[in-house]
Design a protein around this ligand. Structure first.
Ligand code: G4P
Length: 535
């Protein structure tokens, strides 16, 4: 629901104006669809990359501002979600980065709890890929408005109508083209804006380094057939006539409800269609909106400061061995040193170490507004899902934990590093990087590491080594799933020998299993027992 700052823009207080000009969103895509390139171009328009001096030039092996962990650099994938802030045309943009690789989707899901809208990037040759489908379902579940960018139009791709149809079919959302490609690669000539009925023509520039000069003209411009070619002109005229009959009209209310997505075509790499797309994002995407909780609604413009922790990350900067809690501000005016309540701990906390991150650089934040993300250093006092407030305690929607599918016993052969090993595991588990279980029915006391995606194991092993100086060894276990055993009538459970009974860090019983047959057996032999998928 939109706060009344959208309805009445005339009499806003300075604080309300700050809220109204904020746009907080994430870009989601399948790896390689062009998320990094699009992010980079957005930063370029905002002048932010020039400031940070970190424009990526793959040829010289530099990396984007959001691409900072050494693992990420080696593999060229973005593992952790960071927040980028920029100013553009009077808007204050908070762009939350999400990992594209599906092994880190838990991190992405948590980040989606902190955004007001999402941008979906699709590769025009591939359409909806499995990862995009999963992420989109999360957006749909949360009713997050989605804008779509179909990328790589400079390369041969699929038929645009077929792509729109695929979005509608697989994601169950109405797709409304806002512009239409003119010609197909290698003769891609530009896009036709279906709202203002003008053409933006794409001209290659040397090395694609600079902004493309944009040439605008209407369909009735007599020079058009010569400009784009007779055949392309004829085809475009036919396609536009056809579109009028088959696509829905854009309806912002349906977009805000997450039922309709406006679709833009372009090429991020060639910087074509990026600027109008960024402008559309700012115009159509909502400012921070009202959030519903079990205890009532939270209006961003209310006086009470409220925020919630959606991410924890230790050791971002090796010079500061500390842990940062990323707080999304939901309402009120944040001021450094303010005193807030953490209702979970029933404790007052002074937020005196508040930071803004640009890549790995940190800078002190003196104030922040709804929609912003601040990094708070507050040892042991904040964990994922916590809320902080100056008002009445309110819980936000729970941040989900996903059921792990990969398991391994973790050995630390160096007894002198015992303390570091335990500390590392505890911190990485608190960050949500992995879950740790201990087997109850075996003499082995080694922790069992459980992850949603395989690559999480590699990250944890690398971070144990780099950040805690521990060379751990992993021995994979063959289990394929875990369930939390609840409501058991007795401590004794009748279990098949092939499963393993463990405890998680809250002391709850978790059963690791291999097959549905085992789950059926457990349900049958233990009447009343619930096998929960999530914590
Ligand atoms: P991701 O973050 O979604 O994983 O994708 P990223 O932006 O890294 O882009 C993946 C690849 O697609 C990159 O190529 C990038 O240059 C290319 N790409 C992005 N946008 C476009 C586009 O509009 N047209 C074309 N043709 N390619 C595009 P790469 O080979 O991995 O790297 P590079 O050597 O080209 O930099």
């Amino acid at each position: 629901m939109i706060s009344n700052i959208e309805e009445d823009k005339t009499n806003l207080t300075p604080f309300q104006k700050e809220v109204a000009r904020r746009r907080t969103f994430a870009i989601i895509s399948h790896p390689d669809a062009g998320k990094t390139t699009l992010t980079e171009k957005f930063l370029l328009y905002a002048g932010a990359l020039a400031l940070a001096g970190s424009v990526r030039a793959r040829s010289s092996q530099q990396h984007t501002a959001s691409d900072w962990m050494s693992m990420e650099k080696q593999r060229g994938i973005s593992i952790s979600a960071t927040a980028l802030e920029m100013e553009y045309q009077g808007f204050h943009i908070n762009l939350l980065d999400t990992p594209g690789h599906q092994d880190f989707s838990e991190d992405t899901y948590r980040t989606l709890m902190a955004v007001d809208s999402a941008v979906m990037v699709l590769d025009s040759a591939k359409g909806i890929e499995p990862q995009t489908e999963k992420l989109f379902k999360v957006c749909r579940m949360r009713g997050i408005p989605i804008l779509s960018f179909i990328n790589k139009l400079d390369h041969p791709g699929r038929d645009p109508l077929e792509l729109l149809d695929e979005i509608e079919r697989l994601l169950g959302i109405t797709a409304v083209p806002m512009n239409w490609p003119v010609g197909q690669a290698p003769d891609f000539k530009g896009v036709y804006d279906l709202n203002d009925h003008r053409l933006r023509l794409f001209q290659r520039t040397e090395g694609n380094k600079f902004r493309v000069p944009v040439r605008l003209s209407g369909m009735d411009d007599p020079s058009l057939p010569a400009l784009i070619g007779e055949a392309t002109h004829r085809q475009l005229t036919e396609e536009i006539a056809l579109l009028a009959g088959v696509v829905s009209k854009f309806d912002r209310a349906r977009f805000l409800a997450g039922e309709m997505t406006p679709v833009y075509f372009g090429s991020a790499l060639n910087n074509f269609g990026v600027e109008p797309f960024l402008e559309a994002v700012l115009e159509l995407a909502p400012p921070p909106s009202i959030r519903h909780t079990e205890q009532g609604i939270i209006d961003p413009i209310s006086e009470d400061f409220r925020g919630f922790v959606f991410k924890l990350q230790a050791n971002i900067d090796p010079r500061h061995r500390d842990r940062m809690a990323f707080v999304r501000v939901c309402s009120g005016h944040f001021k450094k040193d303010m005193q807030v309540l953490n209702p979970r701990l029933k404790q007052q906390i002074r937020l005196s170490r508040s930071f803004r991150l640009f890549g790995r650089e940190r800078e002190t934040v003196e104030e922040a507004f709804p929609g912003d993300v601040i990094g708070i250093i507050s040892p042991g006092q904040l964990t994922i899902g916590d809320t902080v407030t100056t008002g009445k305690p309110i819980d936000y929607a729970r941040i989900p934990t996903f059921p792990p599918e990969h398991f391994g016993l973790l050995f630390n052969d160096d007894v002198t590093r015992y303390k570091q090993f335990n500390k590392g595991l505890e911190q990485l588990e608190e960050e949500g990087a992995i879950q740790i279980f201990f087997a109850e029915d075996s003499l082995k006391r080694e922790p069992i590491m459980a992850a949603v995606g395989e690559l999480q194991f590699d990250v944890v092993m690398a971070r144990l080594k780099d950040e805690y100086g521990v060379e751990a060894r992993l021995s994979r276990l063959g289990f394929t799933g875990a369930r939390w055993a609840r409501n058991s009538k007795s401590e004794r459970l009748a279990l098949p020998r092939s499963v393993r009974r463990c405890r998680d860090r809250h002391g709850e019983t978790v059963i690791l299993f291999n097959s549905e047959w085992e789950l059926d057996y457990i349900r049958r032999e233990n009447p009343g027992l619930t096998l929960a998928e999530m914590v």
